[in-house]
Design a protein around this ligand. Structure first.
Ligand code: FES
Length: 144
């Protein structure tokens, strides 16, 4: 599209759709409140994700195909139990830039909301941009 637009501008014509690509179509002052609102929401989620992590209660029962993030001995731990397989624990910090991962019940994966990395229940990388697995933690998973 950019090539076609540039060719038309150079040859003297301007296509109907040219205004869609005009860099002046965005008004920073008009867009600023929405941008600030959006970024505040992102910051609120990020802080909330890290501060609202519960400790492991003694009677925590994690069903098959479920996962959650908990605090354990000062670590934020991603804990899950596969539908067909064992329980797993790993660091809850994404190996890309450190955002907290969330368990995706439908896919049985740990998903990072920041840039879209996905990890298997055991923390291995399914999809980048992360290239390393979730931090392995030497914490025994719940035995059930
Ligand atoms: Fe998780 Fe970037 S921080 S994908």
């Amino acid at each position: 599209m950019a090539g076609r637009l540039l060719a038309r501008v150079i040859t003297g014509g301007e296509p109907r759709w040219a205004p869609l690509h005009d860099r002046r179509r965005l008004n920073p002052w008009r867009e600023a409140p929405a941008l600030v609102r959006f970024q505040s929401e992102v910051a609120r989620h990020l802080v909330g994700d890290w501060t609202g992590v519960p400790s492991i209660p003694d009677d925590q029962d994690l069903g098959r195909g479920e996962g959650t993030m908990v605090r354990f001995r000062g670590h934020r731990v991603a804990v899950c139990r596969e539908r067909e397989g064992g329980p797993h624990t790993a660091g809850a910090r994404c190996a890309h830039l450190g955002c907290p991962v969330h368990f995706n019940d439908a896919e049985e994966s740990w998903d990072c909301p920041c840039h879209g990395s996905r990890f298997a229940p055991d923390g291995t990388v399914l999809q980048g941009p992360a290239t390393r697995p979730l931090e392995p933690l030497d914490i025994p998973p719940p035995d059930r």
